[in-house]
Structures are given as C-alpha cells and as structure tokens.
Design a protein around this ligand. Structure first.
Ligand SMILES: [Zn+2]
Length: 122
C-alpha cells in the first residue's frame, strides 16, 4: 500500500473547502477548516468521497471530466461502492457528498457518539 500524505491547513488547493485528494507522488489528502466544523456524518461522507478518488487512481480510472472540474460516471459508480449517494448533478463540487441511507444507518451509532463527544465548533 502506498503511503498518503495528510495535510491539515487553513487554506486549501484550488478553492477546496472541506478536503481534496491530490494524485501527487506520494498522494496527498488535504483537510481544511470547513471539515473541522462539519458534523461527523458530513466528515465521514467527505472522507469517503476522497477515498473514492483514491480508489479510482489506484484502479487507473479517470473519474473526472472537464479537466478535473466535474465528476464523471466512473466516480459516481466508485462513490456508490463506498456508501455515498450522489445525485445526477456531476457538476457538484468536490467534497460534495451525502451518505447513502444504508451507510448512515450502518454508521449511525458511531456518528451519534462522535457528535456527542465533539465540541461545537463555530
Ligand atoms: Zn471529488
């Protein structure tokens, strides 16, 4: 398994607010301030979103179109494999992600515990 660099900074690359997976060498997962302010369900969804990009890279699949601005059908398929729901709007921002109902149900008790343990961030 290839190592991934995790960066947590105040400003993100290319206007990203929550997180971004960069196919650099080594790959980088950037996490930003909006991520920290999101609830546990959104954080899980964002991490799964970025994980889906990582899986596409590992599989050698192009998962965006328009020079990386939009998600393509391959991304939607892989994101679905990882428990995300994405509507048909492929122009949705990177970081846009919603847990599929079954995923939310499966992780529900953990999400509740994390939300209860986390201080409200303003
Ligand atoms: Zn994305």
């Amino acid at each position: 398994m290839q190592p991934v660099v995790l960066s947590v900074t105040a400003t993100g690359p290319d206007g990203h607010k929550f997180a971004h997976y960069r196919t650099s060498e080594p790959p980088e997962l950037w996490i930003g301030p909006a991520f920290a302010k999101a609830g546990a369900a959104k954080q899980l969804a964002v991490l799964l979103h970025e994980a889906a990009h990582s899986v596409a890279t590992t599989r050698g699949i192009s998962d965006t179109s328009d020079r990386g601005r939009h998600h393509n059908s391959s991304f939607h398929r892989i994101a679905g494999e990882h428990g995300l729901y994405l509507d048909a709007d492929r122009k949705a921002a990177h970081g846009a992600a919603t847990l599929a109902p079954a995923t939310h149900k499966n992780w529900g008790s953990i999400i509740k515990a994390l939300e209860a343990a986390s201080p409200a961030l303003g």
